[in-house]
Design a protein around this ligand. Structure first.
Ligand SMILES: N[C@@H](CCC(=O)N[C@@H](CS)C(=O)NCC(=O)O)C(=O)O
Ligand SMILES: [Zn+2]
Ligand SMILES: [Zn+2]
Length: 185
């Protein structure tokens, strides 16, 4: 069976509604970058795009959002570097281990105000579980055999996740609604 991500391969662990947040740490053995989240995440999902950070060996990233005012860098901020300044989501990665600690949107965008984070960087239990799989076909661009993509979609289905080739319909609708307002429609 194809391996998608450690948080997905063996079935999902449901999050806790009362979970109050926790800390994320990069993979450095010494002086890890630490980010503190003062609440649970939302819209957690698998992302197959080439820009989201994936753990070694995984085909997908697992990425969620949290309000930027609920995120603070609480240790070793000096090790953070923006991966690509031209991207919509400015991904802040550890210069030493390459792990992405958070992504932030500074330009006008439907999701400005939300930061993108990977809950697997935390030891705490209770984070919202993945809700859907996004940008599934994008893994083909990175070399995954197109003829095997159905195995991937079936695996997501077997753990209860819908597959999409962009974001989920409610999130695409939210972006489209924002775009319509911007253009006065
Ligand atoms: N097929 C492209 C899709 C990239 C893409 O559109 N990623 C989405 C999901 S993270 C996005 O919102 N990107 C904005 C950004 O990366 O700044 C790839 O794999 O690179
Ligand atoms: Zn690091
Ligand atoms: Zn992505």
């Amino acid at each position: 069976m194809v391996s998608l991500h450690p948080l997905i391969d063996n079935g999902l662990t449901k999050g806790s509604d009362s979970f109050a947040g926790g800390k994320l740490r990069c993979h450095c053995q010494s002086n890890p970058v630490e980010v503190t989240l003062s609440g649970n995440v939302a819209h957690n999902h698998a992302c197959g795009c080439s820009k989201c950070w994936k753990p070694k060996g995984a085909l997908f990233s697992v990425v969620a959002v949290i309000s930027r005012d609920q995120l603070s860098v609480t240790a070793n901020e000096n090790k953070l570097k923006i991966v690509d300044n031209s991207a919509t989501i400015l991904r802040n990665a550890c210069k030493d281990c390459g792990v992405h600690l958070f992504g932030r949107i500074e330009k006008d965008h439907a999701f400005k105000g939300l930061d993108f984070v990977h809950v697997e960087l935390s030891n705490e239990k209770g984070w919202q579980e993945p809700q859907f799989a996004a940008f599934v076909s994008s893994i083909i661009e990175q070399g995954f055999e197109a003829s095997r993509i159905d195995e991937v979609r079936e695996k997501f289905k077997s753990v209860g996740l819908e597959s999409y080739d962009a974001l989920s319909p409610p999130l695409m609708d939210a972006i489209a609604t924002w775009t319509a307002k911007q253009s006065g429609n």
